[in-house]
Design a protein around this ligand. Structure first.
Ligand SMILES: NC(=O)C1=CN([C@@H]2O[C@H](COP(=O)(O)OP(=O)(O)OC[C@H]3O[C@@H](n4cnc5c(N)ncnc54)[C@H](OP(=O)(O)O)[C@@H]3O)[C@@H](O)[C@H]2O)C=CC1
Ligand SMILES: CC(=O)[C@@H](O)[C@H](O)COP(=O)(O)O
Ligand SMILES: [Mn+2]
Length: 386
């Protein structure tokens, strides 16, 4: 039996992970669940899956969750710091980081230090501090098992290829809802349009990131650290069907791709039960449903975020951390109709120009950079509103 902690259990990845657990009661048991503010769903999940402890980060809802769960004997903790406490929960074998944003960094560090393997959905952690996290995982001999569909694809392609050299990888991108659109069109798009991802149903933040191609930018940085690649070994190819989840090209030119219908339950299940595959009833791919696969170049002129992410990775140091923090602020602002779609890149670029560059950041530098970039991005958003 594998004991799983799910940080962010009420979100898109968290709820799908619980479906995987529900379908495999002899294999998985839940130790920890957490939510930011969705107390009702957290209570419902706790009653159904009977973890030992739950965290409600919004402290104002602590009493409600505590009272609702008191007959069950489930321990209830509140506040963001409690995430790091439960990430190190002794009974758990693996921590699924399904939190949204750089808030995932500290609990991931706590889990690694406690020797837990990480099923990593929270890509922002590797974007912010990839060098630090991968070195820490190595030092503590813990595995970082990718959940992100593209990285799970690469990871699966690399099984049995440990001795072989990767020439490059291709991360596939759907292109999002605005594929083929120009900047004139993008200047007036609203969140309702941006939230309509063509192939995946996901949380709001990552869905906006997909629409702006920032998601692919974050994934390029995530791949650099997960697979120890040079930035020039990572390419993005737009594949609107999202069937081929990503591709590895080896040094003999041979390419391996992993494919299947878009369904995050598969990479979640693969990470949680790695290295063994589990039989399931997920929808199977049918070639005849897809007579045409297509591929195209990513439009980096129109979708500047992807370019900014590449630039940040080339520059290194705390630059991806600046990019990520600014992006989290502008996406939240766009979701509140406070700024336009194209202005998101403008604010991020300004933060990358103005926040102090640190070539070799320590953990404290990442935390400070995250804070400063958020403040500046917030000011730039406010200036834009007034
Ligand atoms: N959804 C997907 O298909 C994919 C997601 N990912 C990555 O996985 C991560 C999660 O994505 P997704 O599930 O879509 O996101 P959601 O927004 O659907 O869920 C986020 C979860 O984290 C909690 N949460 C959000 N903010 C905070 C915070 N500040 N403090 C504590 N808890 C918080 C939410 O609680 P509450 O519900 O109470 O708000 C919820 O449980 C992201 O990093 C995303 O990029 C990667 C690949 C695919
Ligand atoms: C499901 C998943 O892994 C997402 O990150 C997905 O890749 C988003 O799609 P695009 O960013 O390619 O539009
Ligand atoms: Mn992805």
């Amino acid at each position: 039996m594998k004991n799983i902690s799910i940080l962010g259990s009420t979100g898109s990845i968290g709820t799908q992970a619980l479906e995987v657990v529900r379908d495999n009661p002899d294999i998985f048991k839940v130790s920890v669940l957490s939510a930011l503010k969705n107390a009702e769903l957290l209570i419902q999940q706790a009653k159904a899956f009977k973890p030992e402890v739950v965290v409600i980060c919004d402290e104002g809802q602590y009493l409600h969750v505590k009272e609702s769960l008191s007959p069950s004997g489930i321990k209830v903790l509140a506040g963001e710091d409690a995430l790091s406490e439960v990430a190190a929960y002794p009974q758990s074998d693996i921590v699924l980081t399904a939190l949204m944003g750089s808030v995932g960094l500290k609990p991931t560090i706590a889990a690694i230090k406690a020797g837990k393997n990480i099923a990593l959905a929270n890509k922002e952690t590797l974007v912010v501090a990839g060098e630090y996290i991968t070195a820490l995982a190595k030092a503590h001999q813990v595995k970082i098992l990718p959940v992100d569909s593209e990285h799970s694809a690469i990871f699966q392609c690399l099984v049995g290829e440990e001795q072989n050299e990767i020439e490059k990888i291709y991360l596939t991108a759907s292109g999002g809802p605005f594929i083929g659109k120009d900047r004139n069109f993008l200047s007036s798009v609203k969140k309702e349009q941006a939230l309509k991802h063509p192939n995946w149903v996901m949380g709001a933040k990552i869905t906006i990131d997909s629409a702006s191609l920032m998601n692919k930018g974050l994934e390029v940085i995530e791949a650099r650290w997960l697979f120890d690649l040079d930035v020039d070994q990572i390419d993005v190819i737009v594949h609107p069907q999202s069937i081929i989840h990503s591709i590895v090209q080896f040094n003999d030119g041979s390419m391996k791709a992993q494919m299947g219908v878009p369904d995050m339950k598969l990479p979640i299940q693969y990470a949680l039960n790695y290295p063994d595959r589990l039989k399931n009833t997920f929808k199977r791919f049918n070639f005849l449903d897809y007579p045409n696969f297509s591929f195209q170049k990513a439009d980096l002129e129109t979708f500047r975020n992807l370019n900014l992410a590449f630039q940040s990775l080339r520059k290194g140091g705390n630059m991806p951390c600046i990019l990520n923090a600014a992006n989290e602020v502008v996406v939240a602002a766009f979701l509140k109709d406070e700024i336009g779609f194209l202005q998101m890149s403008e604010v991020i670029e300004k933060c990358m120009e103005e926040i102090g560059f640190i070539a070799k950041p320590q953990l404290s530098d990442y935390l400070e950079t995250d804070k400063h970039s958020r403040i500046l991005a917030g000011e730039l958003v406010t200036k834009n509103i007034n």
